[in-house]
Design a protein around this ligand. Sequence first.
Ligand code: SAH
Ligand code: SF4
Ligand code: F3S
Length: 469
Amino acid sequence: MRDELIRITQEELEAQKRFAREFHSLPGRPRTYHIVTYGCQMNAHDSEKLAGMLEDMGMTAAPAREEADFVLHNTCCIRDNAERKALGNVTWLKEIKKERPEMLIGVCGCMVQEPGMAEKILHQYPFVDLAFGTGNIHRLPELLYRAVDTRRRVVAVPEEQTVLAEGLPIRRESPFQSYVTIMYGCNNFCSYCIVPYVRGRERSRSADDILREVEGLQARGVQEIMLLGQNVNSYGNDMPGGVSFPELLRRVSRTGIPRIRFMTSHPKDLSDELIAEYAENPVLCRHLHLPVQSGSNAILSAMNRRYTREAYLEKVEKIRRAAPDVGLTTDLIVAFPGETDLDFEDTMDLVRQVGYDSAFTFIYSPRVNTRAAEMPGRIDPALATERIERLIALQEEMTQKRFAEMIGKRESVLVAGLSRRSENQLTGKCSRNISVNFPGDPALIGKIVPVRITGAGKTTLKGQIIEGE
Ligand code: SAH
Ligand code: SF4
Ligand code: F3S
C-alpha cells in the first residue's frame, strides 16, 4: 500500500522563508557555507537546493571547507566505501573545528536516513551540530536557525519520506545544463539496494510543475536538461490518470529546450513507446543508461531485478533496430552473494554481446536491512577484485571498439568548459554522452557546436570543429 503523499503546503514554505529572513539578523550566525556532495545526481541536485536555501539565508559560498562557517556534508550510503568516505571527511573536520570552534558541521542526505544512523551521529559524532534526512531538506532554514539560536545540536530525521516539496530556491551549478527532478524515491526493492529505505516510495511531480520549471530554464538559455528519477519509466504511476514518461518527454521536448537526457531507466519497465521516442524525437539525446547489474539469470532473480538476460537483450536489440546511433551504458555488480564462476562468465558474455560505450562497475557491498545482506554465499574479496578487474579490462576493450567506430563522424557537442589537460582545448559532451576534446575559442562555452571526431583516447574522444555549418 502507498503511504499518503504529503505535499509541502504554501504555508510551510512561507514559514521556512520567514526563518531564512530572520536568520539574517541572528547574532553570531554563520556567514559562509561549503557543501560537500557525495553520491548520485539526485544528491548533486539536492545540494543545489540546499545552496539555494543557504543563500536565501544570507550566506555566501566559501571556496574551501576549512574556511567556511558552516560545512554541510550531503552524504551517500549506496556502498560501504561511500559511507566510510563521508564519515572520514566529517571526522577530519573535527580537527579544524578545534582551531575554529565557531565552525558548524552539518550532515544530511541518504546516510543520515539509514536506520540507526541518527542515534550513531548523536552519540559517536558529538562535534556534528546539525543532521537531517532526505525527507526534510526543505526544513534546512528552520533547523539551522534553531541550531544557531539555541547553540544546541539539532538532529531531525523523519521516519517516512512521503513529502514532495515544490518551490524551493535552487542555486544551479551550470548556466546551461540543469537537473530537473521528475520523481523521488523508488519502489523496486532490488535485494542489494538501500535507496528505497533512504529515499522512500515513488513520488512523481506533476507534469505541469515540471513543464513550468523547464520553460523557465529554456527562457534563461539552458541548453540541456537531465530529467532525474531512480526509475523514470514508472513516472506518473502513482498519480491516477497521470502522464506517462514518454508523454512527459514529448511535452518537455515541445518547450524548445535543445537537448534532453534522463536517468535512470529500469530495464523491466522500458516500453516500446519509449524506444519509439528515440527514433522520432530529435531533442532526446542519443544515449540510454540501462543498468543490467548481471548477465546471469540466477543472479538477476536473486537481485529481484524482475527481468531475464534474454528479455534485457531483446530490449537492446529493439533499441538498436529503432535507433542504431544510440549509445548504451550500464551499471554492473560483481560478487553478489552466491555468484559462481559461470554466473560471472554470463556477465562477461553479456557485456561482450551488448558492446556498451561505458559501464560503472561495482563490487557488491552488503547494506543494512536489505535482503541480500542476509543471503548466504559471500564471495571472497580477492576473487571479487579479480572479477571486477577482468570486467573492467573487457569493458575498456569494448569502449575502444565503440570509439573507433565514431572516428570520422559528425557529433554535436555542448561545450562545457576548458579541457583540464590543455589550455587551448575545449571539452564537452556529445549527444551520446561521451566527452569530446577539441581546439576552439572559449567564447563557445555554453553553445552546441558541430565537431568531426578525429581520434580516441582511453575515455574521451578528440575532434575538430566543423567550420561554416
Ligand atoms: N536506480 C538506479 C540505480 C541507482 S544506484 C537503477 O536501478 O538503475 C546506482 C548503482 O549502484 C546501481 O545500478 C548498482 O549497480 C549499484 N549498487 C546499488 N547498491 C549496491 C550495493 N549494495 N553494492 C554494490 N553496488 C550497488
Ligand atoms: Fe535501487 Fe533497484 Fe531502486 Fe535502482 S531500481 S534505486 S537499484 S532499488
Ligand atoms: Fe544517490 Fe547514494 Fe542516495 S547513490 S540516492 S546519494 S544512497
